[in-house]
Design a protein around this ligand. Structure first.
Ligand code: HPA
Length: 287
């Protein structure tokens, strides 16, 4: 991240702060087809990306490209519906701007979600997978560059996905009777889907799911000291696991089918009276 990008991200954060009545407890990044959670927010304040300096409009089918701030299950949430991907040609400074802006606001926790292909043959479409760890196979790391203020040069990734938050997610899933698998998310750059050989390779490397997002955000969030909880929705069998060709339409449809379950789980996790989740205050949403 160069000096100019750092200044741009600070401008994004300042503009975002000016629109928020409080500091959010959680930044929730919603993946393809999972954006409906933003509609459940109470007293929502909607902030399209293009209203904020430094953020271009985002646009992949199923991605809305806005922040929604408000209360969800009694917590102050900032929802990022839509995200930037490297495959759209955005530089790292843009892809990571929302997470960096949230970190600059003092948001302590990142909940990151995505649609992913199933590599583990037991994880069929509709499976919710708690991310235990990741493989960065994107061919790039978002921290390459001169280094950003507030980010260590060599951040630790040994527990990228917070173990207390993972335990909370598992407990909540069990209480709600929602099946929740756990596994390793492998990130590739896309935008072409994988070949069957690549899916086999990812399986041999220990990956359970494959997708084109999340890892850059998690790396930056960890570098900035945020705690991370990640959930993948398996939308399709990885290439070669089924004989059908992959399509983005299939990904969106699986998102729609799983949305109610995904929402129940996420809201249950937010509602949990767990001290590890952050402080709970009766947030007052005012203009
Ligand atoms: N591969 C990569 N990304 C994806 C997939 C997939 O099979 N499904 C949804 N996102």
């Amino acid at each position: 991240m160069n000096h100019q990008e750092a200044e741009r991200t600070e401008a994004t954060a300042a503009a975002l702060r000016a629109r928020l009545p409080w500091t959010p407890e959680i930044l929730a990044v919603l993946g393809s087809g999972l954006g409906a959670l933003a509609d459940a927010v109470e007293a929502p304040i909607s902030i399209p990306f293009h209203d904020l300096p430094g953020l271009p409009a985002a646009g992949v089918g199923g991605h809305q490209g806005r922040f929604v701030a408000g209360m969800l299950e009694g917590r102050r949430v900032l929802i990022q519906a839509g995200r930037y991907h490297f495959y759209e040609g955005h530089p790292a400074g843009v892809v990571l701007a929302p997470v960096r802006a949230a970190a600059l606001l003092g948001v302590p926790t990142l909940l990151v979600t995505n649609a992913a292909g199933g590599v583990n043959p037991d994880f069929g479409p509709g499976t919710l997978m708690l991310i235990r760890d990741h493989l960065n196979l994107m061919g790039q790391n978002p921290l390459v560059g001169p280094g950003a203020p507030g980010e260590p040069r060599f951040p630790d990734m040994s527990v990228a996905y917070d173990s207390d938050l993972r335990a909370l997610a598992q407990r909540t899933a069990e209480q709600l009777g929602i099946p929740l698998e756990e596994g390793v998310y492998a990130a590739v750059s896309g935008p072409s889907y994988e070949t069957p050989a690549e899916v086999r390779m990812i399986g041999l490397m220990g990956g359970d799911a494959v997708g084109m997002s999340t890892v850059p955000e998690v790396i930056v969030a960890r570098a900035r000291g945020m705690r991370v909880l990640g959930i993948s929705l398996i939308t399709n069998p990885g290439a070669g696991i089924s004989s059908r060709p992959l399509s983005h339409q299939e990904v969106l449809e699986a998102g729609e089918e799983a949305a109610p379950r995904f929402q129940r789980l996420t809201r249950g996790i937010l509602a949990a009276p767990d001290p590890t989740w952050g402080t709970r205050e009766p947030g007052v949403v005012s203009p």
